[in-house]
Design a protein around this ligand. Structure first.
Ligand code: 6GU
Length: 231
């Protein structure tokens, strides 16, 4: 899979794409992420990519030309399955959307910025408008990073333990069960016990453990996210 991210702040995404799971996916050759600086595509002598809005509204608006030039260059080189625009008024990103996008061959993510983007870009070029939640970010870069992380980690082979991406919270509309590691009983810095790991997890009884895990998942979902049970 190949993801091209178009942004006016490439610095914000460069470390992210080299590190952690996403970096590992790239090193393994399972995904390629290319970050493009939109300013490299403007013909404006000051490298401006925005201008005042018609109608006298407040703020600046991203212009068609640099976006057109950047996306035209990319689509001239290969076919893209989706050209995504990050915007708070888009459809809300969720696990099913991450799953669906992870099956695509090539996608572009255009990061929104400033007050907005010339609406003609959205009408002409964009195939999907996506938000990561009901709050406003100053730019789409963090949203693009969130989406990229969620998409890349479920590409088969990116996470070492393939089972683990599929047993995540939300993959089955259930929150994950609690997990524990050593020691069996933790004594804190004040000498107080934080309790012992549930006995069942030490039993080695695989079927019983699976049953416990599901029960815990259902209890936690009922308590914390009852809305998920109706999906
Ligand atoms: Cl995708 N962009 C911006 N600017 N703000 C957001 C968002 C996206 N999703 C939630 N808030």
């Amino acid at each position: 899979m190949r993801i091209d991210i178009i942004t006016v702040i490439p610095e914000l995404l460069e470390n992210f794409t080299q590190e952690s799971i996403v970096g590992r996916g790239q090193k393994k050759g399972l995904v390629e992420i290319h970050v493009h600086n939109l300013r490299d595509y403007t013909t404006n002598r000051w490298r401006r990519v925005d201008d005042y809005p018609f109608g006298g509204f407040a703020g600046m608006v991203m212009q068609c030309e640099p976006i057109d030039r950047c996306i035209s260059k990319l689509t001239g080189e290969r076919h893209y399955d989706e050209i995504i625009f990050t915007t708070p008024d888009g459809r809300q990103f969720d696990q099913p959307m991450a799953n669906e996008l992870s099956l695509k061959e090539n996608i572009i993510i255009l990061c929104g910025h400033y007050k907005g983007i010339d609406y003609r870009v959205r009408e002409r070029l964009i195939t999907r408008e996506v938000s990561i939640g009901d709050f406003v970010l100053t730019g789409g870069e963090l949203a693009a990073a969130v989406m990229t992380d969620a998409i890349v980690r479920i590409i088969p082979g990116v996470i070492g333990d393939e089972q683990s991406a599929l047993s995540d919270s939300f993959q089955d509309n259930l929150l994950a069960a609690p997990v524990y590691t050593r020691p069996k009983e933790y004594i804190d810095v004040n000498g107080k016990s934080w309790g012992e790991v549930p006995e069942i997890l030490l039993s080695g009884h695989e079927a019983k453990i699976k049953e416990w895990e599901l029960e815990q998942s259902m209890q936690r979902t009922r308590r914390l996210r009852p809305d998920l049970l109706n999906k």
